[in-house]
Design a protein around this ligand. Sequence first.
Ligand code: IMP
Ligand code: MG
Length: 180
Amino acid sequence: MMNKSLAEILLDQETIRTRVRELGLLIAREFHNRSLCIAPLLDGGMIFAADLMREIDLPLTLLPLKASSYGSGTQSSGVITLPWGIPSTVKGKEILLVDDILDTGKTLRTLSEQLLNAGALSVHTCVLLRKEYSKDLPADYVGFEIPDKFVVGYGLDLAGKYRNLPYIGTPRESSPPSGR
Ligand code: IMP
Ligand code: MG
């Protein structure tokens, strides 16, 4: 049953599960015989990354990274902060950055640069969602292209809420201003 706070569901649980499985197969094929380090961007990317990594049939390592671009969660700061910094253990690793959504692209761009500066061997990017107005922004793996709406669920929040919904939809309450 749909959460009463949502206006509509864009992607249901089964649709997400099927696509995450496909992405896992694709990634496993591409990184076959290489060693891959999955780097979920917390907090938003953790749900997606947790499901995705169980669909990648390769030996993996895990390196959660913390990034925030929406400040309090109700107002976009436009500035990416990395409260945990970048650990020196990224040196020489092939990193797959995993995030919930590509919006302005600032988060992934900032993280990719910093990881390469810190000596990562390669950085690839995987996002579950990409908004229509961001369709020209690069990402190596994209789960779904979605309309330019503020969405919640499956890791995505509005002021800290709704991350645990197993599907993705639009909230009834007003959404924060975009970071672009
Ligand atoms: P970017 O740096 O502008 O690409 O922003 C990406 C981050 O903004 C994501 O990791 C999300 O945390 C947040 N974000 C962007 N769009 C949405 C949305 O529609 N719902 C919830 N969070 C969003
Ligand atoms: Mg967020």
